[in-house]
Design a protein. Structure first.
Length: 414
């Protein structure tokens, strides 16, 4: 990507600036290097709750969204297992409003008892709606508990149980903020019609005097590979049987990660994929079927997941055998040059179109900075060197039946 400038303030805040002349809108994105993997097992859901609290008022600003909206802007945020991300989209001429707002809550929250009470209630209600009152809503809880035994990926971002969220105190909130929400633990990315030097002056004015803090070192337990296959069967008020088979895979940044990404595309990305042509299009076994990767910073999962048209042991056995046949064919016969080329072309095309959108572009810039990558060359460096042989080796390594972890979610009424 052209016209991208990077610099770091003395307090450790990293900035990625994309000069986009002629655009009327700007985006400011602040990525904090903290997610649910940083939580204590007895205080899960903290990272997500804190995302909400960041909108509850800061030292000098009582109403974050109100101030942003008066300047013609909007904001949102998301929390993952690895990161917490906040973004503001605003007319370019008012970008300093976004910088003022982001800097003030990075400096210090108001730590209001009312805000904590309100946001605890909001997140608890979200937990109940998403996980308890929706078909398959607790699937992630079951799957993560099945696949992880020691790593904090073993509970969902929203939390293991809502009692953990209800029990969060002001001391917990202050400790979380002090430990993670500092300029030296954040990346600020933007795309705007403001030259780099002028934008640097703005950032220095609003963020330069925020002190850095000592960030606790991340010393997470490494998840051991399964010693044998695992399985779990659950039931609930759901319309169809849903089977998910998970396999351990490499973390982000190593060649095996990007090869695994292509393996998932070969199997299930688009109408030319193997799963679609052989298992979905005939319309006999599955109503939907997908292969995906969890895309995590620490070792993650390759997930093969599908909903069945039929019910009962015979339908389940047929579904698993059909998927395993396609996986065996991939491992035994490999991927042809043309098939791999199609996947790479589709991936590059999708990436190119994604970068046309302001939000996707700026968030991609922030993540590239976190990974130490150049967004303009990351695809060529990470994906293009991969060969059919490497794709096949990766598939063989991942789809090891002795490491398969199978969750079967059945309708309660049979």
């Amino acid at each position: 990507m052209k016209d991208v400038t990077r610099f770091t303030l003395p307090n450790g805040l990293r900035i990625v600036h994309h000069y986009n002349p002629g655009t009327a809108m700007a985006m400011v994105d602040v990525l904090y290097d903290v997610g649910s993997r940083d939580e204590h097992p007895d205080h899960t859901g903290m990272a997500h709750l804190f995302e909400h609290l960041m909108f509850g008022g800061s030292v000098n600003i009582a109403d974050y969204d109100g101030e942003l909206q008066r300047a013609g802007g909007m904001s949102n945020a998301w929390t993952s297992q690895d990161f917490t991300n906040f973004y503001d989209i605003i007319p370019c001429r008012n970008i300093e409003t976004a910088l003022w707002l982001e800097s003030d809550r990075m400096l210090s929250l108001a730590f209001s008892d009312k805000a904590l009470q309100v946001q605890r209630s909001v997140v608890v209600e979200e937990f109940k709606q998403a996980c308890l009152n929706r078909p398959y809503g607790d699937m992630e809880h079951h799957l993560k508990g099945l696949c992880y035994t020691v790593h904090p990926y073993r509970y969902p971002v929203i939390g293991k149980e809502f009692s953990h969220i209800e029990g969060v105190t002001q001391d917990d909130v202050r400790s979380w903020f002090s430990s993670h929400y500092a300029p030296n633990n954040a990346i600020l990315a933007t795309s705007c019609d403001i030259p780099a030097e002028r934008f640097r002056e703005m950032v220095e004015r609003w963020f330069g005097d925020i002190p850095s803090r000592k960030i606790p070192s991340r010393d997470l337990p490494r998840e051991p590979l399964p010693a044998a296959p695992r399985s779990q069967e659950v039931s609930g008020d759901v319309p169809q049987t849903w089977i998910t088979v998970a396999y351990p895979m490499a973390p982000y940044g190593v060649p095996a990660y990007f090869a695994a990404d292509l393996v998932s595309d070969v199997l299930s990305n688009g109408r030319s994929s193997r799963f679609y042509r052989e298992l979905l299009a005939p319309g006999k076994i599955f109503s939907d079927l997908d292969c995906s990767i969890s895309g995590t910073e620490d070792p993650g999962l390759m997930l093969v997941s599908g909903r069945l048209l039929g019910r009962g042991p015979e339908a389940e056995r047929e579904a698993v055998e059909a998927v395993n046949r396609e996986i065996s064919r991939l491992v035994d016969k490999g991927v042809g040059e043309e098939e791999l080329k199609r996947c790479l072309n589709r991936l590059e095309s999708s990436r190119t179109f994604d970068m046309l959108g302001l939000m996707n572009r700026v968030q991609a810039l922030a993540l590239a900075e976190y990974h130490g990558e150049d967004l303009s060359t990351s695809f060529e460096r990470n994906y293009l060197p991969l060969t059919p042989e490497e794709i096949c080796r990766t598939a063989e390594e991942i789809f090891n039946s002795s490491r398969a972890m199978t969750l079967i979610y059945r309708p309660a009424n049979g």
